[in-house]
Design a protein around this ligand. Sequence first.
Ligand SMILES: NC(=O)C[C@H](N)C(=O)O
Length: 332
Amino acid sequence: MRHLVLLATGGTVATRSRSGGRRVEAGAADLLHAAERVWDLGDLRVEPRDAQSIVSFAATVPDVLTLADTVRQASSDGAEGIVITHGTDTLEETAFLLALAHEGQTPVVLTGAQRPFDDPATDGPRNVAAALRWAAAPEAAGTGVTVVFADQVLPAVGVRKVRSLELAAFAAPGRGPIGHVDELGVRAHAVSPMAPFLPPGLTDLPRVDVIAQYLGADAGAVEAAASLGARGLVLAGFGAGNATPATTRACLRLLADGMPVLVTSRTGEGPVAGLYAEGGAALAEAGAVMAGDLSPWQARLLLAATLAVESEPDRVRTHCLRWLRGVGAAAG
Ligand SMILES: NC(=O)C[C@H](N)C(=O)O
């Protein structure tokens, strides 16, 4: 009988509707009971554990680093699969950070819900049942951190919340789904990439700010980030990775001073490249890292995690590039 751990952290999947708005009230045991009513999980031994009890828009990097340690503990306690229930708002960031920390073959699977626990048509129990099924499947071994939602299995790297209220809330554009779990059972299509490097015991990560690009954006956000002590910047750039002339100039100044800059796209799908003079090409030429198809939010965590293990600018750059190539996000 497979031994799984179900770690509850909160999120809509665990909320009930109250007068002031939704509140996290259901724990891991409640979520497990509800999942057992969807599919017979009798061939699994699932141990419910309450890790946190928050909505995910209130979660912090230290919360996720603590969760990474909880996952390590569950794994060393002998869990053969770990399912984490989580709010959907920042699930893509938690999944990514856990992937940077996760080693070994034990599958770690995140799931959640778009509708509350007490909604008569809630999607939570089916998502949790599917996540447990996937975590127990031999196909999941070695796939690292994945997200199971609305019958799809998605890789941690590249996963994004793409719909605010619809049940199929997540996608991994250009990368997934890597499997499905439904009435037919578990079907795996490919294996998620994994390149962990985050050491245990970290309690926080260095500050990295995301700089949004929009029509006529000036240098203010870049300058503010630097003066607030950011150790690195991520540009949520236009198109294939461009920024306004003012933003580009401000970034070039910081790059010259040794501040690492990662470039992403605000479009939602596809890689970035240094194509335009005085835009992405100028940034790339000055040493900015084109962060492949990563979202600004996942690129921010890649840079922050890198800064936790490297400080010299060239080494930070090389480390990010190697990692991006390793997961197929950047051109080799
Ligand atoms: N569907 C959800 O879980 C959204 C919720 N606000 C959360 O992230 O906790």
